[in-house]
Design a protein around this ligand. Structure first.
Ligand SMILES: C=C(O[C@@H]1C=C(C(=O)O)C=C[C@H]1O)C(=O)O
Length: 357
């Protein structure tokens, strides 16, 4: 057995030496890129370029490694290379251990400075003020719908969306002891309580449910008090050394949350992009139909249409619309120019690469 392993391990050692050499050669080139960018004050993080690199490695991947695994490794390689240019700071809805933090790492890799914030408002403020280079905010959940606070803040902010990330959201019920003995209250963010309500009604109909600022905060509270159980990610549970009472209790097994990356950056086309808009129309018959007609005319596909009541009385609703393509694509530019003519309110939230998942 050891005789057979020895030459194979020698092969791995020799390949590792080559990988290490190649990684450092790549890192040196990235450092040079950093110097060129510094001279021209160009942005360090280029989401369209990173998206192209990740799509490229998956397309060229001969296996046996899976495309997702190859992309995960290259995401980390780029993160490490980028951090030699500058370590990017990213604000997110904290504390550490939230799905928002997971979204930060999924987009930027682990060589990033996370800045946990107490609210979605603070994520926008920190990014607008330049305390963080980017912010990561939840946009919608597959079972609960839009995150209204994010949509409202998108309307006012000067920031642009430069990317999106989708995360599988699995909730677990956890406590200090790993069982429910003596537990009198279950704490979680209101969204998580809503996403687990059928399971909770069936299994713990008589235990009080309490909404708190975040699931991670619930986990922190449970770690201090045996009468509190928390619903949170297992990542948050591990951080606060909680025992799992029951894993994956969310009502929808395919539960996902989509996050937007916001910042000051105007992202260039990557070849597979999406554009987010906010629109409003005068309150008259057929206005929404007329508003969207230019999209069909120029062959631009709409992938999302969401409405929010306007709270200023001038128009009835704001429409949050996602379309395929980048504002620099000719067809998109023509459609938007016409669309803007018919709109009572028109704002481009950003064009950015389609997320990988
Ligand atoms: C090296 C660059 O800077 C960053 C790092 C990248 C990489 O390691 O491949 C790609 C894009 C940028 O976010 C670049 O812009 O090419």
């Amino acid at each position: 057995m050891t005789d057979k392993l020895k030459p194979l391990r020698e092969q791995i050692d020799s390949i590792d030496a080559q990988i290490l050499d190649l990684l450092n050669r790549r890192a040196k080139v990235a450092q040079e890129v950093g110097h060129v960018k510094a001279e021209t004050m160009a942005p360090v993080f280029r989401p369209e370029r990173e998206a192209q690199v990740l799509r490229g490695v998956a397309e060229r991947n001969p296996g046996p490694m899976g495309d997702h695994e190859v992309q995960t490794i290259f995401r980390e390689i780029m993160s490490a290379c980028r951090s030699l240019e500058k370590r990017v700071t990213v604000a997110y809805l904290g504390p550490a251990g939230t799905f928002s933090e997971q979204a930060v790492y999924q987009q930027f890799g682990s060589a990033v400075e996370g800045l946990p914030c107490a609210s979605i408002d603070e994520v926008f403020r920190a990014t607008e003020a330049g305390t963080a280079d980017f912010g990561v905010v939840p946009v919608e959940n597959s079972s609960e719908g839009a995150i209204n606070r994010t949509l409202d803040l998108m309307l006012q902010t000067s920031l642009l969306i430069s990317g999106e990330v989708s995360i599988a959201v699995h909730h677990s019920l956890m406590s200090k002891t790993g069982n429910m003995d003596g537990v009198t209250v279950i704490c979680a963010h209101s969204q998580a309580l809503a996403q687990c309500q059928v399971w909770l009604n069936l299994n713990y109909p008589n235990i009080e449910r309490r909404a708190v600022a975040s699931n991670a905060e619930a986990a922190r509270m449970a770690s201090k008090d045996a009468s509190i159980a928390a619903i949170a990610s297992e990542m948050a549970g591990e951080q606060y050394q909680l025992g799992v009472v029951k894993a994956h209790i969310q009502d929808d097994p395919h539960n996902r949350t989509r996050f937007a990356i916001v910042g000051h950056l105007q992202t260039n086309p990557s070849g597979q992009d999406q554009t987010s808009l906010v629109l409003a129309v005068p309150n008259k018959a057929g206005a929404v139909y007329q508003l969207l007609a230019p999209l069909a005319k120029h062959g631009v596909s709409m992938t999302r249409f969401e409405s929010r009541p306007a709270r200023i009385g001038t128009w009835e609703y704001y429409f949050y619309v996602d379309i395929e393509g980048h504002v620099h694509d000719a067809a998109v530019a023509r459609a938007l120019a016409e669309l803007q003519d018919n709109a009572a309110f028109f704002k481009v939230l950003g064009s950015y690469p389609l997320s990988l998942t």
